[in-house]
Write a protein that binds this ligand. Sequence first.
Ligand code: SAM
Ligand code: DTB
Ligand code: SF4
Length: 321
Amino acid sequence: MTLSTIRHDWTHQEVEALLNQPFNDLIFAAQTVHRQHFDPNSVQTSTLLNIKTGGCAEDCSYCSQSSRYDTGLDKEQMMQLDEVLNKAAQAKTTGATRFCMGAAWRNPNAKDFEMVLNMVRGVKDLGMEACCTLGMLNDEQAARLKEAGLDYYNHNLDTSESFYPQVITTRSFQDRLDTLERVRNQGMKVCSGGIIGMGESNTDRAQMLRTFANLPEHPHSVPINLLVPMEGTPLADMRGKTDPFDFIRVIATARIMMPASYVRLSAGRSEMTDETQALCFLAGANSIFYGDKLLTADNPDSQHDLMLFKRLGLTQATGGC
Ligand code: SAM
Ligand code: DTB
Ligand code: SF4
């Protein structure tokens, strides 16, 4: 079997052509590529925990945790080490192979950062993969996370470079690319993706995918989130405005462009039918967030996910990725 080539030289025209081809052709191509690189019936599961909720100074217009919007979310203190490790141990018993800790920060401060390092060490001691999403990192922070044993760092580009200024003004697209470079330079695995359904065009979606695929290395994991419209945010009224087929097209195109990466069907599953999720798996998604909660939003309950896996003959991947 010939493996599809790993390319970093996609043109915008090529990506638009992939994304906009007839749906059946796109899904067939994506599933074909998927089978060359992965077991098509295996899905990796990660569990998320928000270790620091709310009160964030950034103005990301999708986010319930920004202090700029009245979203009804209370700001909380950072969680204690033992609480976090109990949650990780619990996630392990449900079959999650990776524990991902998120914090509502623009970037970590010195004191909190030391505590995060202890959390990373604790998760590794449980025999799980560790992931963090803490905002922007400097070189030293990236090096220390690596030293503590962090496997993955999640930092999303969120959208295309052109649409980005309509979504976030307090940090630039380039700032995000710089953090990804620091993570890569330390030899940690990059988890980076975006959000569909913020009012972006198909051209923006193609542009975002092209940016990921033309990075020096494809992100190991590419989370594709469907916007969860949050009350009080500027994007609160976007509910139900995305055609599920358009979302599935993005998953399929990501799969074709980054054949060996894990494509994660991320936020927004609570609003999707089982049939839409099944099409996402057919389009090449092979990873999900598993557990009743994302950061602040609901996720399908684990029993429902297990039932869906059973109906589709999918198994939870046991190894890391
Ligand atoms: N504060 C850190 C940061 O922004 O990098 C880490 C946490 S932040 C919540 C992680 C990512 O979650 C965002 O970049 C965004 O892609 C995604 N996200 C946040 N709120 C979302 C929402 N309402 N719907 C879909 N995705 C969302
Ligand atoms: C990612 O791409 N999606 C996750 C994770 N990385 C950190 C976060 C989704 C957040 C959804 C909205 C919320 O829970 O507040
Ligand atoms: Fe803060 Fe992250 Fe939310 Fe932006 S996405 S407001 S940086 S928590």
